[in-house]
Design a protein around this ligand. Structure first.
Ligand code: GDP
Length: 557
């Protein structure tokens, strides 16, 4: 207790103290801190089909958040959709938008930020990672590190958040575990520490060996998928008794592997884990629910509670009494019947209470946070209170932008903005009916403001010709659909050959004076920042080599 109170010095709970005395004050403070310290907010990242949805379902099962697996997403038409916010999601049977799932487990309050797992993922996926305190990376044991995992991983390392690895589908034939670890280290550039070790794979899969507890979690092949009850067996490696359980060859391999691992260079180092330099690795099988609970237990033990966030006033401690949050996602017309706009905010300090007044820093005005919603399954639940680490949706009368700060602090501050990520697909967009110019411009600007697309124009130009950039091509479909349905505008789209974008970081740069390849285009974004569109990587090198002062960035800050 002493440590905690010392830590709290400087935080103003004075009023409470003077009105109700030390005891009440202490109970209040302890409860407040406990609420925050027991929160875990993370995102699951993976390449499509690695098993992210399945793992999420199994985690929710442990939290009792759902009664049976299979309701997280309406994938492949087999399950009912959690998020039916947009017709397009229903039609395609995929989740376009990210949702937030909260459950309690073992005294922890767990927030899973669900990111779209489809091939056509979007910038939303990246932004969601800005709201997470850690990430779980799911890897298909047969396929290893795949393309999309690499991209998402890069965003996580940019923030230095802890990354936990779940190597999935061990019930199927898998790559050699040493090769998998080496691939993670080589391709992603992060050290690995296997927390458990697989014994065979596919038909031969016998379970995993827990390195810490020195016990075997035995896998039983049974017809019933998803209902596996794994048996824990204390294991003395080398004990002939294990030959029967594992078969002699697998027992021998396990003993050798563990000897190798224990002698290996990498040691477990929590500090490295917390800084995203070392990833604890778990082997398991989400579909058969094997190894998921031990993973969850270790993950909750090792992952950090809400972390301080950088702001214009320095790092903001989550245990501060003042409420503060930032907007990381805006979702318009989530429900046609409501026709509203919801801003998703990540609470960074203090406590949210329904109806509270906060200061909207970028707007320079006080606003009432009248509605707080949390999303679970297809229902919206009204939130009465929420703490640092939580994600809630608040009603947005059209005033918020991505990255905005809300706070009750006496001296307001702004959280470091959310970067704009480099789009990879570009189209020229114009309206079919020129009479609808006004609606077109309004629609394009609003949808861009929400961060659903990025728009670019000629340097100093207007909205006559708009170039739309997206991270995933599905965003084009979403744009077309929304302009038609919400703004009654039909559009024409023409694909452009650009695949790379770089923001010009030099403040005083005149893009017209740059020496560039003829197919490089100079444009500016919604916020007036100057940038270059390239058709190939070679042109980027050319630009850098022929303009020595030029500083280019993959993210717009
Ligand atoms: P996501 O695209 O990453 O969300 O992947 P899903 O969770 O939808 O899984 C993709 C496919 O892999 C589905 O058919 C799952 O049933 C299957 N799958 C997921 N986990 C496992 C596993 O541990 N073992 C096996 N054999 N299949 C799995």
């Amino acid at each position: 207790m002493v440590v905690r109170l010392v830590f709290l010095r400087g935080i103003s709970y004075n009023k409470l103290y003077f009105q109700h005395g030390y005891r009440v004050w202490r109970i209040f403070v302890e409860n407040f801190i406990e609420q925050i310290d027991k929160r875990r907010t993370f995102a699951i990242i993976s390449h499509p089909d690695a098993g992210k949805t399945t793992l999420t379902e199994k985690l929710l099962l442990y939290g009792g958040a759902i009664q049976q697996a299979g309701i997280v997403k309406g994938k492949k038409g087999a399950r009912a959709a959690v998020s039916d916010w947009m017709e397009i999601e229903k039609q395609r049977g995929i989740s376009v938008t990210s949702s937030v799932l909260q459950f309690r487990y073992n005294g922890y309050c767990v927030n899973i930020l669900d990111t779209p797992g489809h091939q056509d993922f979007s910038e939303d996926t990246y932004r969601t990672l800005m709201a997470a305190d850690s990430a779980v990376m799911v890897i298909d044991a047969a396929k290893g590190v795949e393309n999309q995992t690499k991209k998402l991983f890069k965003v996580c390392t940019m923030r230095g958040i802890p990354i936990f690895t779940f190597i999935n589908k061990m019930d199927r034939d898998a790559q050699n575990p040493f090769d998998l670890l080496e691939e993670i280290e080589q391709v992603l550039g992060i050290e690995t520490y296997p927390m458990n070790w697989p014994i065979g794979s596919g038909k031969e899969f016998k379970g995993v060996y827990d390195r810490n507890k020195k016990e075997i979690l035995a896998f039983q092949h049974s017809g019933k998928v998803g209902q596996q009850q794994a048996e824990k067996i204390e294991a003395q490696l080398g004990d002939p008794g294990l030959d029967e359980l594992l078969t002699k060859p697998l027992h021998d391999t396990l003993s050798e592997d563990i000897e190798l691992l224990d002698g290996a260079a990498y040691e477990f180092n929590l500090d490295k884990v917390r800084h995203g330099m070392l990833t604890p690795v778990f082997f398991g099988s989400a579909l058969t629910n094997f190894g998921v609970e031990p993973f969850l237990a270790d993950f909750l033990r090792l992952s950090p509670p809400p972390l301080p966030r950088d702001s214009s006033a320095g790092p903001i401690d989550p245990r501060r009494e003042d409420f503060s949050a930032f907007v990381f996602k805006i979702q318009a017309n989530m429900n046609k019947a409501h026709r509203d706009r919801i801003a998703f905010i990540r609470i960074c300090s203090g406590k949210f209470e329904r109806g509270m007044d906060v200061f909207h820093v970028q707007g320079g005005k006080k606003v009432k946070l009248a509605q707080g919603t949390q999303l679970m399954a297809s229902e919206r639940e009204i939130v009465e209170e929420a703490y640092a680490g939580d994600i809630i949706g608040v009603f947005d009368p059209g005033i918020f932008s991505i990255g905005d700060t809300l706070t009750t602090a006496k001296t307001p501050f702004a959280f470091a903005g959310i970067p704009t990520f480099a789009p990879e697909h570009f189209s020229r967009v114009s309206q079919v009916d020129t009479m609808k110019r006004k609606q077109f411009v309004k629609g394009m600007e609003q949808i861009a403001q929400e961060g659903a697309i990025q728009i670019f124009k000629e340097l100093g130009g207007g909205m006559e010709e708009v170039i739309v950039g997206v991270v995933g091509v599905l965003q084009f479909e979403v744009l077309e659909y929304r302009l038609k349905n919400e703004y009654n505008v039909d559009i024409r789209m023409q694909n452009l050959p650009y695949s790379f974008i770089r923001w010009i970081e030099n403040e005083d740069c005149d893009p017209k004076a740059l020496n560039l390849t003829s197919d490089t285009r100079r444009v500016e974004d919604f916020k007036g920042r100057k940038l270059l569109l390239f058709t190939n990587a070679w042109s980027i090198t050319w630009a850098e080599e022929h303009n020595k002062e030029l500083r280019l960035s993959e993210v717009g800050r």
